[in-house]
Design a protein around this ligand. Structure first.
Ligand code: DAO
Length: 177
């Protein structure tokens, strides 16, 4: 029943920010044009005093064509009328890292094991997504539990990204940061 219209993409209902807080490991990623975070990607979400969601994230990146490093990134999230849809502002700990504003949607999560993140950066003339990215997050760095894999595969279909993901390795490269 998926028409791939960005405006029809089903998101998590009654999304609970406090249950989502804490550390998530990216285990798979669909890259945008001009991808930034390569692997060893994790994000830690928190809720600040005013109830706003914030995040710290890290991941291996290659900057200036050849320099490999761990990027430390920060993000703040603006609530919208839909509890699982946020407007994200992000920036790096260093000025030469990427920064910008992206949509940040939570498609589905059980809060304790898996989460499916989605961001469309550019909607095409026909209403489908022309450029975007998506993370499959797990609470466990080793990957998704077998029982969560079918759910995640079904959701990838719903957001028209089945077959577009690559595995995100966790080698310990960013562990010290
Ligand atoms: O890797 O190509 C890319 C896009 C990533 C954008 C930077 C995101 C930084 C903050 C991540 C918070 C969790 C989604």
């Amino acid at each position: 029943a998926q028409d791939c219209q960005v405006s029809n993409i089903p998101v998590m209902q009654n999304f609970d920010k406090s249950r989502f807080a804490g550390k998530w490991y990216a285990v798979a990623k669909k890259d945008p044009v001009g991808l930034f975070l390569l692997d060893n990607v994790a994000a830690t979400y928190a809720i600040d005093e005013s109830g706003k969601m914030t995040a710290n994230a890290y991941g291996r990146v290659i900057i200036l064509n050849n320099w490999e490093m761990c990027a430390n990134m920060f993000a703040t999230f603006e609530d919208t009328a839909e509890s699982a849809k946020f407007k994200m502002t992000y920036w790096g700990a260093a000025s030469y890292l990427q920064s910008g504003n992206d949509e940040n949607w939570v498609i589905d999560t059980d809060y304790d094991n898996y989460a499916i993140h989605y961001s469309c950066r550019e909607v095409d003339m026909d209403g489908t997504c022309l450029d975007g990215y998506s993370f499959i997050f797990s609470r466990h760095p080793a990957g998704l539990r077998p029982e969560d894999q079918k759910i995640v595969t079904d959701k990838k279909k719903d957001i028209c990204l089945l077959g577009k993901y690559r595995r995100v390795a966790h080698t310990g490269f960013c562990e010290s940061s």
